[in-house]
Design a protein around this ligand. Structure first.
Ligand code: NAD
Length: 338
């Protein structure tokens, strides 16, 4: 074998025959394969429906018995706004698993612009594996979550994965994801008549006081029931600052005078990862408001928020996978600065 370890990064949402062909090629050139399941702890949506544990179970179900011992899994979190943090996590975890002396090869296929990350590992060799044509995760998920009897979502899946997904259709989580998929489809269709794909502008408030962050629970789709930052679309007659203050008041009823809120803004940053929302291109202006220490001001849910509360930082990290879209990453960005 030319290599000790092959490294294969992906979302595998779900693991299909194209992915399987990459695994097979990897095991022809390397003694051991590390599968890095990306987007670990991302909140569930129709693009990232299955957790790292579920994906490992699915992939294991697809591998022949004689490959099992040669493959191991490492879940990797996204750092949507810092490739360097993402690379640090991968470098550390692969080094831990493979050791300093290992001959390492990165495997994958450059499918489109989103594959740019394959060029971020100059320290390892790279093995390009050809694309298995006509096999796309997005098409498989669309068919699977359409719920249609005719949808042939299993055609490009290894048998073990197809069985896993068929059983998964009986779970409450499947129904939740189907409802989300229907909502997203309707939302996109409503805008399909526009001459250009629309770009939406939203605001979010990150209010921090004495080790707590102000959060809400979403009352409606998308992300019904998930934890989120207070925020929303700006109205046509307001600035982003006014929009942020209005949404904050409507969704949390925060009892702090406006001038104090405005005077406590410590940082404003735009968050614009192209894939941050399933609804389409949504760019958010996030305002970090750092309030002086003292008793936490009273709050109550309202408007689009079923509930508003002060979440301790310990709780925040314990509930990472329950945050809507990239809101956990936005909070993390500001928490490390204040
Ligand atoms: P994916 O499951 O779509 O693809 C995984 C790999 O399989 C890719 O190399 C892809 O080209 C290949 N592949 C897909 N279909 C194939 C087919 N039919 N035949 C052969 N090969 C095929 O996963 P992905 O979205 O590319 O995964 C990248 C992961 O890395 C994601 O979790 C992403 O969020 C993460 N990432 C994070 C950061 C960051 O946080 N800063 C930056 C870059 C990437």
């Amino acid at each position: 074998m030319k290599y000790d370890v092959a490294v294969y990064i992906g979302r595998f949402q779900p693991f299909h025959n194209g992915h399987l062909s990459v695994v097979q090629r990897s095991l022809e050139v390397a003694q051991h394969l590390l599968i890095l399941t990306g987007s670990h702890l991302a909140s569930p949506d129709t693009r990232n429906p299955w957790s790292s544990e579920e994906r490992e179970e699915m992939i294991r179900a697809a591998l022949p018995a004689n490959w099992q011992k040669r493959v191991s899994f490492i879940p990797i979190r996204d750092h949507l706004y810092s490739d360097n943090l993402w690379l640090t996590e991968i470098q550390q975890k692969v080094l831990e698993e493979a050791g300093e002396e290992a001959r390492i090869v990165l495997v994958g296929h450059r499918k489109d612009r989103s594959s740019y990350y394959l060029d971020l590992f100059p320290q390892w060799d790279f093995l390009e594996v050809p694309r298995l044509e006509a096999v796309h995760s997005t098409a498989i998920r669309d068919a699977y979550f359409s719920g249609s009897e005719e949808s042939n979502y299993a055609a490009a899946l290894p048998a073990g994965v197809a069985d896993y997904l068929t059983a998964y259709q009986q779970t409450g989580r499947y129904q939740w994801l189907r409802d989300e998929a229907d909502y997203i489809k309707g939302y996109r269709q409503a805008w399909a008549v526009a001459p250009y794909a629309p770009t939406f502008v939203t605001t979010d408030a990150i209010v921090i006081q004495s080790g707590h962050v102000l959060v809400v629970r979403r009352k409606a789709r998308p992300g019904k029931g998930l934890i989120a930052l207070p925020g929303g679309y700006i109205q046509l007659d307001e600035t982003v600052l006014e929009g942020m203050l209005r949404e904050l008041r409507e969704e949390t009823g925060l009892k702090v005078p406006k001038p104090v809120l405005q005077g406590s803004i410590v940082e404003i940053r735009v968050f614009d990862a192209p894939q941050r929302s399933q609804r389409g291109r949504i760019i958010t202006h996030a305002f970090c408001i750092h309030l002086k220490p003292g008793p936490l001001p009273s709050v109550r849910g309202g408007d689009d928020a079923e509930k508003a509360w002060w979440m301790s930082l310990a709780d925040l990290y314990a509930h990472e996978d329950q945050f809507f879209e990239d809101h956990f990453q936005i909070i993390q960005h500001f928490v490390s600065r204040t």
